[in-house]
Design a protein around this ligand. Structure first.
Ligand SMILES: NC(=O)c1ccc[n+]([C@@H]2O[C@H](COP(=O)([O-])OP(=O)(O)OC[C@H]3O[C@@H](n4cnc5c(N)ncnc54)[C@H](O)[C@@H]3O)[C@@H](O)[C@H]2O)c1
Length: 448
């Protein structure tokens, strides 16, 4: 099938490349002409494992092309995906739908023949109705149907997730549109990925409810971690103990510095706003948002607590800037609030991330960057692990001991066993885990 992908970002590019790999003919369009030029030169503008090879193979076989010409691309397509951004609207937290509506107007003007317009962007309930209205208003004589097909891929595992989804949600009120969606995803249904056909409004709500639930799960375990710290519990044991219950499940129960990223924070805010507009306040979710917001700066206080004389003048090495491993995405990463709070307390911050330093440079001020974890840690008063990249899981602790000014590690991802870091002579703090008696003795000795 000839398909247009409008918006070639994290979702559009991965979806386009994967659909091309299924055998469809995809043209990815973007209004960022520089991005299209880079893609046409064979460069991949984002860091996403497996994406480079997938794009190269499908471009080579002529199934995947990139274009800045939306009109020609849409005119030739039987289905048009809209995968543009829906960030938080400045000031009020509603989803900013201006990119979706602009794209819908441009698509409407370019339609030729019956076309299915598939909204893959995460959009509040009712947006499909508005897109349908825009299509009718802009191009009254054109024949189009609007489908909601939210995306559930995770950055860092996006290609795998797109090809092995837990489910595909198709919200369509039109039988012809359903048939087109079924044909697009037929290769996945052969792999037994369940396709849930539902109404457009239900599909829009499913996406927000899913993200809100996962954000709630993370926030829940983070609060349990705080309680563990006070009462001598170990949150990892608690997470395992509850996660083995099939009704709960073990995923999204890792305590840490709070959720961030391009989706959870903005989607939680947008759902809260939608619900308020309909006079159905979502109290649980409102708490999730505020607990999570406070948590990020609280992590800086955790670092400060390692010193008896505060952070002023101290050099803090931060390992990991992206909101999670295997991505360069810095949108709403917990590292941003953490670093700002450390700087507010008077610390100098040095940082390293395997993929997102370029992004970080346009977001963070007064941060110096190391070439690797050790260059970052050299001479530092403390090392803070913010993102659990694989390469931070087995740091040479003896080497760190020698090059750091003080042996302090604050592990916000709980990737080190207490005993191991303590044996290497570090004063160690983490999230929701008590020091073993041996480790506590070591840390106390050093503080004195
Ligand atoms: N990133 C994720 O992990 C993820 C996962 C699931 C769902 N989503 C949702 O998917 C949507 C896209 O997210 P993303 O992370 O890919 O965003 P992104 O910012 O990486 O990409 C959006 C792209 O759309 C382009 N664009 C905007 N308006 C356009 C127009 N009129 N014509 C052509 N191109 C246009 C932008 O230039 C940009 O390249 C959002 O609604 C997001 O919530 C994202």
């Amino acid at each position: 099938m000839q398909i247009a992908m409008v918006g070639t970002g994290y979702v559009g590019l991965v979806s386009g490349a994967c659909l091309a790999d299924f055998g469809h003919h995809i043209t990815c369009v973007d209004k960022d002409a520089g991005k299209i030029q880079r893609l046409n030169r064979g460069e991949i503008p984002i860091y996403e494992p497996g994406l480079h090879d997938l794009v190269r193979t499908n471009v080579k076989h002529g199934r995947l092309t990139f274009s800045a010409d939306l009109t020609a691309t849409v005119a030739a397509a039987e289905a048009v995906f809209i995968a543009v951004g829906t960030p938080s609207r400045r000031g009020d937290g509603h989803a900013d739908l201006s990119y979706v509506y602009d794209a819908a107007r441009e698509v409407a003007a370019a339609l030729q023949g019956f076309t299915v317009v598939i909204i893959k962007s995460t959009v509040p309930v009712g947006t499909g109705d508005e897109v349908e209205r825009i299509l009718r208003e802009t191009a009254p004589s054109k024949d189009a149907a609007v489908v909601s097909n939210p995306e559930f891929l995770r950055e860092g595992a996006a290609v795998y997730d797109f090809k092995h989804p837990d489910r595909i949600v198709v919200g369509a009120n039109d039988e012809r549109a359903r048939e087109v969606a079924a044909e697009i995803y037929r290769p996945l249904s052969l792999n037994r990925a369940p396709i849930l056909y539902t109404s457009r409004r239900n599909a829009e709500l499913i996406k927000y409810a899913a993200n809100a639930f996962l954000a709630t799960k993370i926030t829940f375990i983070n609060e349990i971690a705080d309680l563990c710290e006070k009462v001598g519990g170990d949150v990892q044991e608690i997470a395992r103990g509850i996660g083995l219950d099939n009704r709960i499940g073990g995923k999204f129960l890792h305590a840490g510095p709070g959720f961030g990223g391009s989706c959870f924070p903005k989607d939680v805010r947008a759902l809260i706003k939608t619900a308020q507009d309909h006079e159905v306040p979502l109290r649980i979710l409102e708490s999730v948002a505020s607990v999570n917001e406070n948590r990020k700066r609280a992590m800086a206080r955790k670092v400060a607590a390692m010193f008896t004389d505060g952070l002023r003048g101290k050099t803090i090495a931060v390992l990991g800037l992206s909101f999670k491993p295997n991505t360069d995405d810095m949108r709403e990463a917990p590292s941003i609030a953490l670093i700002t709070a450390l700087q507010d307390m008077g610390a100098r911050v040095r940082a390293f991330d395997p993929a997102s330093i370029e992004q970080a440079k346009s977001i963070l001020n007064d941060v110096t960057y190391g070439e690797n974890a050790y260059a970052c840690a050299e001479g530092a008063d403390a090392l803070v692990i913010t993102t659990e990249w694989e390469q931070f899981r087995a740091l040479d602790l003896q080497r760190l001991q020698k090059i750091m000014k003080r042996p302090i590690i604050v592990d916000l991802r709980n990737i080190y066993p207490f005993d191991e870091v303590s044996r290497a002579g570090f004063d160690y703090a983490c999230v929701g885990r008590p020091p073993s008696p041996r480790a506590r003795t070591g840390a106390d000795r050093r503080r004195k």
